[in-house]
Design a protein around this ligand. Structure first.
Ligand code: AHR
Length: 493
C-alpha cells in the first residue's frame, strides 16, 4: 500500500466544467449508425422511428450532452441533400473511407436530429469542406435552422419538418490536414474563412463554429491557423489525439488478450493528452491572450487492431478495464483544463473504436468505458476546484507514468472527486485534506483485472458498485484505491 496526500480546495470554485466535455461521436462507419443506433422502423428490434430503444435508453442514462455527426472522414464526402426526402428515392453512395460499403442514406439530417431529440442532447454537425461547396454547407444551415421564407426552409417543410431545429455546434471540415483534403494550414485557413462566412445565424439560432485544428502534437498547424483566423473564429479549434498502445499504426495491439507491457504502454501513451493540450493552449495564448477561442478535443480514445474476423474498415474493438482507466485519465485531464476545453467527443459511441455501447443483432452491452462516463456525470456543469495530489510517478518495468489521476468539482454544496489508480499491483491510500467539513459521502467503484470486459453472453462482468473504501471525518478523508480502479466520491455537507 502506498500513501499519498491530496489537498482539495472545495471552497474555491473555478471554471465551469462544460457538460460538452462528456460528448460523443457517431460516424457513418462500420456498425455505428446502421445496426448500432439505427435499425429502421420495420426492424424486429424495438425502436422508435428506427432508433434502437435499448441504445437510446442507455445513452440517456449515461448522460450524453452532445453528439457529433456524420463524421469523421465520412463528413468530407457527405452530401446532405442525398439524405433527405422519401427514403426510397435517396441516392446511394460508396462509403470510400470505411470498407467501401453501400451507404443508402436512410439515416440523414431528419433522423440525426430526431436521435438527438430522443437522447436529449445537442447536435454537433460536421460540415463538408473537403469535397463539398460553400453553397452546399450554407444551404444545409439554412435548411436546418431557418424559419423564414426561403428555398431551403420550404424544402424542409415539404419533407415534414415545420419548425427549424436548434443547432449550435458546427464543424467546418474534419481533419483537413488528412482525409479531409490533405490541405496545408494556410490553404485550410482560407477555406475556413470563406466557408464560415456563409454559415449564417438565422433567427435566434447562434452557431458556434469549430475550425479544424491539429493532429496530435502538431503545434505548427495550430500556430498557422491561429495567426490566420484570430479573431475570426467565434468558437473553437478542434484537436484529435488517439491512444495507440504501440505507437505504431500498422500494428496497434489487440483490444483484449494483451499483456502487462502493452497495458502499461497504453497508460503511458494516453497520458500524453495533457502535454499535447498544454502545448496547443500555449500556442493559442500567443494569438488569443483573452482566451476567446476554445479547444474542442472532438476525437479521442483508444485505437486498437480490429477484432479478428471483422471487417478491417469497420474499426470494431472490444473494451476492457484498460479502457476504463484511459477514459478516467482523459476525463480528469479535460476537467482540469475546463477553463479552455469547451468540448470533447470520445470516438465513437457505438461499435466503433472506444465505444460505450456494443451491439450484436438484438443484443446490447455497456462497456467499462460506459460506466466511467456514467460515474463522472455529476461533473457536468459543476465548478472545477483544485485537487493537488502528491506525485504518483511510478516505474513499471521501464515504462513510467503517473499512477493516480484526479479531478474535483463542486455543485449545489456537493464536492465530487473522481480518481483512478492505473497501477496493476499496488493499492494507494489517498490521505485527503479538504478545506471545508463534509458530513457524509457516497462512493462508487469500477474495478477488475486489466483485461476484464463484458460480452454478449456475460454482459455484467464489469459494472460500477457502491464502495466502502472511504473514511470521512469532517475535513479529512482516507480513500483506498485498489489496483486498476476508478473511484468516485460525492461528499455532502
Ligand atoms: O474515428 C475514426 C476516424 O479517425 C475519423 O473518421 C477520422 O476523423 C479520424 O482519423
Amino acid at each position: 500500500m502506498i500513501n499519498k496526500k491530496l489537498t482539495v480546495k472545495a471552497s474555491q470554485k473555478g471554471a465551469k466544467i462544460n457538460k460538452e466535455i462528456y460528448g460523443h461521436f457517431s460516424e457513418h462507419l462500420g456498425r455505428c449508425i446502421y445496426n448500432g443506433i439505427y435499425v429502421g422502423e420495420d426492424s424486429d428490434i424495438p425502436n422508435t422511428r428506427g432508433m434502437r430503444n435499448d441504445v437510446v435508453e442507455a445513452m440517456k442514462e449515461m448522460g450524453i450532452p452532445v453528439l457529433r455527426w456524420p463524421g469523421g472522414c465520412f463528413a468530407d464526402e457527405y452530401h446532405w441533400m442525398n439524405g433527405i426526402g422519401p427514403k426510397e428515392s435517396r441516392v446511394k453512395m460508396i462509403n470510400t473511407n470505411w470498407g467501401g460499403v453501400t451507404e443508402d442514406n436512410s439515416f440523414g439530417t431528419h433522423e440525426f436530429m430526431d436521435l438527438c431529440d430522443q437522447i436529449g442532447c445537442e447536435p454537433y454537425i460536421s460540415g463538408n469542406v473537403g469535397s463539398g461547396t460553400v453553397r452546399e454547407m450554407s444551404e444545409w444551415i439554412e435548411y436546418m435552422t431557418s424559419d423564414n421564407v426561403s428555398p431551403m426552409t420550404d424544402l424542409r417543410k415539404r419533407n415534414g419538418r415545420e419548425k427549424p431545429w436548434h443547432l449550435k455546434y458546427l464543424g467546418i471540415g474534419n481533419e483537413n490536414w488528412g482525409c479531409g483534403g490533405f490541405m496545408t494550414p494556410e490553404y485550410y485557413a482560407n477555406q475556413y474563412r470563406q466557408f464560415q462566412q456563409f454559415c449564417k445565424n438565422y433567427g435566434d439560432n447562434k452557431l458556434y463554429k469549430v475550425a479544424c485544428g491539429p493532429n496530435g502534437g502538431d503545434t505548427a498547424w495550430t500556430d498557422k491557423l491561429m495567426s490566420m483566423l484570430n479573431p475570426m473564429i467565434a468558437g473553437a479549434i478542434s484537436l484529435h489525439f488517439y491512444t495507440v498502445p504501440t505507437g505504431k499504426w500498422e500494428d496497434k495491439g489487440p483490444a483484449t488478450g494483451f499483456d502487462e507491457k502493452l497495458y502499461n504502454e497504453t497508460i503511458r501513451e494516453t497520458q500524453k493528452m495533457e502535454p499535447i493540450i498544454m502545448d496547443h493552449l500555449a500556442v493559442m495564448d500567443r494569438h488569443d491572450p483573452d482566451h476567446k477561442i476554445g479547444l474542442a478535443v472532438d476525437e479521442w480514445g483508444c485505437w486498437y487492431n480490429v477484432e479478428e474476423g471483422t471487417n478491417p474498415g469497420f474499426l470494431y474493438q472490444q473494451n476492457t478495464m484498460r479502457d476504463a482507466i484511459v477514459a478516467s485519465v482523459n476525463l480528469n485531464i479535460f476537467n482540469r483544463h475546463a477553463d479552455r476545453i469547451v468540448m470533447a467527443n470520445i470516438a465513437q459511441v457505438v461499435n466503433v473504436l472506444q465505444s460505450v455501447i456494443l451491439t450484436e443483432g438484438s443484443k446490447m452491452l455497456k462497456t467499462p468505458t460506459y460506466y466511467v462516463f456514467k460515474m463522472y456525470k455529476p461533473h457536468q456543469e459543476a465548478a472545477l476546484v483544485e485537487a493537488m495530489l502528491e506525485d504518483t510517478a511510478f516505474d513499471h518495468d521501464g515504462i513510467s507514468y503517473t499512477d493516480v489521476s484526479v479531478s474535483a468539482s463542486v455543485k449545489d454544496d456537493t464536492l465530487f472527486v473522481t480518481l483512478s489508480n492505473a497501477n496493476l499491483k499496488e493499492s494507494y491510500t489517498i490521505d485527503t485534506v479538504l478545506d471545508e467539513a463534509f458530513g457524509s459521502y457516497e462512493a462508487r467503484i469500477l474495478t477488475g483485472a486489466m483485461g476484464d470486459h463484458n460480452t454478449f453472453d456475460q454482459p455484467d462482468n464489469v459494472f460500477d458498485k457502491a464502495y466502502d473504501g472511504v473514511k470521512l471525518s469532517g475535513k479529512e478523508a482516507s480513500i483506498v484505491l485498489p489496483p486498476v480502479s476508478v473511484v468516485t466520491i460525492a461528499f455532502k455537507k
